[in-house]
Design a protein. Structure first.
Length: 105
């Protein structure tokens, strides 16, 4: 049986729906380049293992980039790619839509 090809929007939604992913993207969007420990501090409650896993997934999806510096101690910075920056713009439009259409209580 042939595997059904998923819709392109479904693929990105699956990636973005993982816990902590949007918080990481928001942190990089708001504060620019961040080191691992800075992300740990600002994503309160995330484990180092989960953060490492999400960063690898976002890098594989080409939404963030990882830059390593040859220093002692080693330094690594994460930042949004152009693709990641465009995705953040989509979130801004989504936020405007929510504000416009949410029911007022």
């Amino acid at each position: 049986m042939k595997k059904k090809k998923e819709c392109s929007i479904t693929g990105i939604m699956i990636k973005l729906s993982k816990k902590w992913t949007l918080i990481i993207l928001n942190e990089l969007s708001t504060n620019g380049k961040r080191r691992f420990n800075e992300l740990m501090e600002n994503a309160e409650g995330i484990s180092a293992r989960t953060l490492s896993k999400r960063l690898k997934e976002l890098e594989k999806a080409e939404l963030i980039t990882k830059k390593s510096f040859k220093e002692t101690p080693p330094r690594v910075e994460y930042s949004l790619t152009n693709s990641g920056k465009e995705l953040i713009k989509c979130f801004n439009y989504l936020n405007k839509w929510v504000i416009k259409w949410e029911k007022k209580s």
